[in-house]
Design a protein around this ligand. Structure first.
Ligand code: DX5
Ligand code: ZN
Length: 217
């Protein structure tokens, strides 16, 4: 049986003190890192150099969420920098999604396909068999601290009905709604503000893991 996994998103951490911030969530299951290029999304965040620096500070698997155009160009860089799970957006890869997914898998890493709230599941139908996980966005990608889009709950349920793999949900997840997200069928939860804006991030992580696993089992 799968276990619920909690992935704190570093985007809401204090970037001037990344080492300290990472240390606060060492009980998490994954560390979620948002890469933005100012093209696919309006914001620019961090690149492979920073991922490499983070790699030295934690043993958690690094979950790299590529919100960038033409992601294939950068797969190698992010894997050599220490990425363990790499997701690319269907909106950025289109018909090439399968090639990009295969590239990640050739490196022996976990490949995910990410999908925006307004993109229908039918768009990822063709790659579902190849990916290790699906990342369903529950906010428009680009910024932390947005409100969870509840219309994504039926989308999680629909995907869970026909797919047994890992379902990661990202955006606006908090202590108020994480249970619903798991009930709908997700088993990897990303949370940025809800974890890093709290005084004791590790306590929120533990609560989400413990409460989450009660629902899951
Ligand atoms: C949004 C990013 C998310 C974001 C989550 O574009 O992909 O990972 O950092 O942050 P919260 O949990 O604050 O919505
Ligand atoms: Zn993300």
């Amino acid at each position: 049986m799968k276990k619920v996994r909690i992935a704190p998103s570093l985007l809401s951490a204090d970037f001037a003190n990344l080492k300290g911030e990472i240390g606060k969530v060492d009980n998490a299951d994954l560390l979620h890192i948002d890469v933005m290029d100012g093209h696919f999304v309006p914001n620019i965040s961090i690149g492979a150099l920073v991922v490499r620096a983070i790699r030295k500070e934690t043993i958690l698997p690094l979950d790299i969420h590529l919100m960038i155009d033409s992601p294939r160009r950068y797969i190698r860089d992010f894997i050599l920098a220490g990425g363990d799970l790499i997701s690319v957006h269907i909106e950025a890869t289109g018909e090439k999604a399968s090639e990009v997914v295969q590239e990640v898998k050739r490196w022996g890493k976990k490949a995910g396909i990410a999908i925006n709230p307004s993109t229908p599941l039918s768009k990822i139908e063709n790659v579902l068999e190849e990916v290790d996980f699906v990342l369903l966005m529950s906010v428009e990608p680009g910024f932390p601290g947005q409100k969870f889009k509840r219309e994504v709950l039926p989308k999680i349920r629909e995907l869970r009905k026909r797919w047994k793999g890992d379902i990661e949900v990202d955006g606006g997840i908090s202590r108020d709604n994480f249970k619903e997200v798991i009930q709908a069928g997700a088993n990897i939860l990303v949370a940025g503000s809800a974890i890093f804006k709290e005084k004791e991030p590790a306590r929120i992580v533990r609560e989400m893991q413990d409460e989450g696993n009660k629902i899951w089992n």
